[in-house]
Ligand binder design. Structure first.
Ligand SMILES: [Mn+2]
Length: 334
């Protein structure tokens, strides 16, 4: 079953013949994870198949423009015993489902088919059907292929969800993964009714005073090594807390770091951009490159992370320290 088309058909057969399906997007979901889940909420509702849709740490009031996002639960199902199919979207690794133990139990008991639909680098082997395409800009594009391969009609809701995933993961077509296919599928979604302008606006309309202050701090904290082409910036927990003073609206902060690292990567002569932020003794790192011969997922994996060739990330214990030559990660707080 190596053939992509065959997998799309086989997965579909399992899904439409199920009575109860669990849909999972990765924890702290982005628009691609939510959109991919959303498409299947639309499909399963039409087929009158029961489902439970779950992503851990979904933020309230965010991504409301994605159809059905209000139906995606923040709490995991009590048991996985009642599902005959589990579809995991955009997760990269099984840990990012936040249901690792339960899914592995299901695998041992063979109580449900496990389908993994993803465009990240492979990290673990747990699915009965793994549909992985790293060349796709978004998981929602693979989801779109599933529907197309099985002649499922693309509703307006589906078109908006697919497009939201593409717009999210390509940074409104500014990232290097904005392939001809991504733009072609996006154009197709418009013919099915997706409101391009509205989704672009919703995806980018996140600035507030706090995000501007973070931009300012991050730009202030930049180190650029012209010899190696490495640009880095970071923000310590203390610096972030100082900025957050009297600010209520911090919901866009997670996305913001992705936008900033992509931006500093676009500066002339930069080859690799690294952004570090500290949170409760954990360092989160985001890496970008604009060079075809550099694979930042390999750099990220040295810190226990992963991702794509041109965009990757990691998180590990530690504290940030700014030095003369750049940023250092320390194991103990100074
Ligand atoms: Mn994605």
């Amino acid at each position: 079953m190596k053939n992509y088309e065959e997998k799309l058909k086989k997965a579909w057969q399992i899904i439409v013949n199920s009575k109860n399906v669990l849909l999972i997007g990765h924890l702290s979901p982005d628009s691609d994870a939510l959109s991919s889940v959303s498409v299947f909420i639309d499909v399963l509702s039409s087929l009158q198949i029961d489902y439970y849709a779950f992503t851990l740490l979904k933020k309230e009031n965010e991504y409301e423009y994605i159809p059905h996002s209000e139906k995606i639960q923040n709490t995991p199902p009590k048991t996985l015993k009642n599902f005959d199919a589990i579809i995991v979207f955009d997760c990269g690794s099984i840990e990012r489902t936040a249901l690792e133990k339960e899914i592995l139990e299901t695998k041992i008991n063979k109580s449900a088919y496990i389908i993994d639909i993803d465009h990240h680098q492979k990290a673990s082997n747990y699915a009965d059907i793994e549909i992985r395409r790293q060349d796709k800009a978004s998981t929602s594009m693979i989801v779109y292929d599933v529907l197309k391969a099985n002649n499922w009609p693309i509703t307006k809701n589906i078109s908006e969800a697919v497009l939201s995933g593409i717009i999210g993961d390509t940074g409104c077509f500014t990232h290097s993964n904005s392939s001809a296919e991504a733009i072609k599928v996006a154009a197709e979604t418009l013919s099915y009714g997706a409101a391009f302008h509205k989704i672009i606006k919703e995806s980018t309309n996140k600035s507030n005073l706090l995000s501007l202050k973070i931009w300012g701090k991050m730009i202030d904290n930049i180190h650029f090594n012209r010899k190696t082409g490495l640009i880095s910036s970071g923000i310590t927990e203390k610096e972030l807390n100082d900025l957050e003073d009297n600010e209520e609206d911090d919901k866009a902060v997670e996305d913001l770091f992705g936008i900033i690292v992509s931006f500093i990567c676009s500066i002339k002569d930069v080859k690799v951009a690294l952004l570090l932020r500290e949170e409760k003794g954990i360092i989160k790192g985001s890496l970008r490159t604009n060079q075809d011969y550099i694979d930042v997922s390999k750099i990220a994996s040295q810190f226990g992370g992963g991702g794509h060739k041109k965009a990757a990330g990691f998180s590990r214990k530690g504290y940030l320290e700014r030095t003369e030559t750049g940023w250092k990660i320390r194991n103990i707080q100074k």
